[in-house]
Design a protein around this ligand. Structure first.
Ligand code: F6P
Length: 329
């Protein structure tokens, strides 16, 4: 069997460890692996990874040392052409032309929407791996890249706290998460932030200002507020303006961490998760599975239909939000 592997959507630390696992497991079982560069767009463009010797097939050595590298060594993209019916049919022609029998897409909900669309035109097995820093997929406790992104954000917030304390300021630190507050909540808890604003819960400006006034009265000199970029009240800059207008007693600054959170060498947790699901995805293909994502729930590898990974908004454990509030008071 010839298995195609690719990364799609926002890159996430650990994707390379996942590719390595796919390549190593597939080759050790006697199969071939084609690395598809630049996600679905690379598939349409017939842009394949070639070894130094010019072979289009990846080898055991192709992925030596890949686990420690951030980003995606097969690169990644968001393809508007592939979203069209014509694009999907063109992709099938490319798969047939190159004799690719099965696919392992590594990415988030957009990637899996793409896999479902492709499966309407192609009957080869597709088993995905959850690669996104957002941790917003059902069917796995954590997604590849989330742990590293939180670690990066916490390191940044710790540094910002130093200057916040020196100048007796409040900082609004914006973290990624277009539709999800997972990075924000985990960062807030780990970095002892006083407040967190996420799309899943109502951001009540007057109530936050009352809390800030209370903190000021009690002699608090620095405040950290972590804001998920997708908060329903707006981003960190907008929230800052609203808080000021409502009587925030603290002098403030905003920091947007942005794509810093997507880079860097993956944490051990991300490398382990990526290796487990990459290996398991190949096993699932060889066992005849298709249309599913390989994940890890409670330490057990598991398969979830692509549609079920994104049908429901993955809930933030409410006890985490209440813990942040309790400990900040
Ligand atoms: O989906 C992952 C993610 O990092 C989101 O948290 C963020 O909103 C988005 O990607 C940014 O995408 P881009 O790199 O295209 O700006």
């Amino acid at each position: 069997m010839k298995i195609g592997v690719f990364c799609s959507g926002g890159d996430a630390p650990g994707m390379n460890a996942c590719i390595r696992a796919v390549v190593r497991r597939a080759i050790s079982e006697g199969h071939e692996v084609v690395g598809i560069n630049r996600g679905y767009q690379g598939l349409l463009d017939e842009d394949f990874y070639t070894t130094d010797a010019g072979s289009p097939l990846m080898t055991l050595r192709s992925v030596s040392g890949w686990s420690r590298f951030g980003g995606s060594l097969l690169r990644s993209s968001r393809s508007s052409e592939f979203r069209t019916d014509a694009g999907q049919q063109k992709a099938v022609k490319v798969l047939v032309k190159h004799g690719i029998d099965a696919l392992v897409p590594i990415g988030g909900d957009g990637t899996f929407h793409g896999a479902v669309a492709l499966a309407k035109h192609w009957d080869g097995p597709i088993v995905g791996c959850p690669g996104t820093i957002d941790n917003d997929l059902m069917g796995t406790d954590f997604t590849i890249g989330f742990s590293t992104a939180v670690q990066t954000a916490v390191e940044a917030v710790d540094k910002i706290r130093d200057t916040a304390e020196s100048h007796e300021r409040m900082f609004l630190v914006e973290v990624m998460g277009r539709h999800s507050g997972f990075i924000a909540v985990h960062t807030a808890l780990a970095a002892s932030a006083e407040c967190v604003c996420i799309p899943e819960t109502k951001t009540d400006i007057p109530a936050i200002v009352r809390d800030l006034q209370e903190l000021k009265t009690r002699g608090k000199t620095s405040v950290m507020m972590i804001v998920a970029e997708g908060d329903e009240e707006g981003d960190a800059v907008k929230l800052n303006e609203e808080l000021r207008a409502a009587g925030n007693p603290f002098s403030t600054r905003c920091v947007i961490l942005g794509h810093l959170q997507r880079g860097g060498s993956p944490s051990p947790e991300d490398r382990i998760l990526a290796s487990s699901v990459g290996d398991f995805a190949v096993q699932a293909i060889l066992e005849g599975q298709s249309g599913v994502m390989a994940g890890v729930i409670g330490g057990q590898t598991t398969l979830t239909r692509f549609e079920d990974t994104y049908a429901v908004h993955k809930p933030i454990p409410p006890e985490l939000s209440s813990l942040i509030e309790r400990l900040a008071n």
